[in-house]
Design a protein around this ligand. Sequence first.
Ligand SMILES: Cc1cc2nc3c(=O)[nH]c(=O)nc-3n(C[C@H](O)[C@H](O)[C@H](O)COP(=O)(O)OP(=O)(O)OC[C@H]3O[C@@H](n4cnc5c(N)ncnc54)[C@H](O)[C@@H]3O)c2cc1C
Length: 385
Amino acid sequence: MEFGLSDIQLDIKRAAREFAEGEFLKVARECDRAEKIDMGLLQKARELGFVGIFIDEKYGGMGMGFLETAIVMEEFWRVDPGIGSQIMCLPFGSEMIMLFGTEDQKERYLTSICREGKIGAVAVTEPDAGSDVLNVSTRAVRKDDGYCINGSKMFISNGDIADFFVTLCLTNPDAALKTGRHSVIVVDGNSPGIERNKICGKLGIRAHDTAEITFNNVWVPEQNRIGQEGKGFECFMAFFNRSRAYIAAQGVGIAQGALELALRHTKNRKVFGKPLASSEIVQVTLAEMATLTEAARNLTYKAAWKVDKGTIEPALISMAKWYAGEVGVRVVDEALQLHGGYGYIDEYDIGRLYRDAKIVEIYEGAKAIEKLIIGRHLVKGQVSF
Ligand SMILES: Cc1cc2nc3c(=O)[nH]c(=O)nc-3n(C[C@H](O)[C@H](O)[C@H](O)COP(=O)(O)OP(=O)(O)OC[C@H]3O[C@@H](n4cnc5c(N)ncnc54)[C@H](O)[C@@H]3O)c2cc1C
């Protein structure tokens, strides 16, 4: 059993930390306040190879795994979740194309992300279908060697800036099995009939673009379908069983960042004439925060490592996503508490982390859904210990 990171992984971790510390904090507060994306920063991230880490070198990516992606995610979220999320989300959907796309689709979409600066998006959620993915009703009806798409998608990351949407559509409403009614179709962003409405006023990750998308008679050629017709649900479950492994790292990054801010503050802040960090009660709190963070990190790295080894364990991946998300929220709450009133004002970064943390418990499978998956696999005896 080997718990240490390899030299290459350590180099990636160092490079991600250096980039995030050097570049994010200069603009983080402004991007959060104005809910804007720093396009220059995204370009720098591309030039340094942080966009499409897991995409094959053949298509211009780094050819690394989901563990390396998780390592970079953790480092970015440790410094600023909004900016970190926006950068890491640029190739969103390419996981699906790598898994189920034809060679032509890979050439078209993966290469355009890595070499031309194009932006992907994943469009599943709808106003009436979030956790209940099978309720997706965006309709794709066959027309002229393709599909005509109508429907609305909600909370779509990169929605306002994406060049293409990897979209879950209802293609076979009469299929006997509920799981056989959907298909995955890539909708090019410049197709006529797409309406985008940026969602403003998010609680956190405000530097990360989110929009509502409406498809009004959007025509898409059949060659844009990913995988077989009727296999959309299956494709998306396979997708989530990869993406959740690196999304878990967001919770780890938040917890690590919050722990470090709390350590710095309590060492500097004098209360009753001595540094706050000299109080045993404070040390116990810091110890709990550090232990939770390390436990979440180990679970996350194990889940991502197994994915890279080709062993997909949905329960393990859900454990990592749920636990790391909860640890992020809990640790940042303790960290803010240790800042006292200073944590409550904008000038201190801990408040932003506090607002950002909650999203990990909501998207990419809300925590109740992760627990349902773990429970179901436990009962069926499909969890390896
Ligand atoms: C900033 C942001 C970015 C997002 N990005 C994307 C994106 O890129 N693409 C995309 O498709 N979606 C995206 N989403 C949507 C996100 O995945 C959904 O919000 C999430 O899946 C939950 O769906 P919902 O909001 O409809 O909540 P609901 O499904 O209505 O659930 C509400 C709550 O009830 C709980 N719950 C649900 N079912 C049960 C049950 N059976 N038992 C007990 N509790 C239950 C859930 O845990 C949840 O907390 C994003 C959301 C946000 C806020």
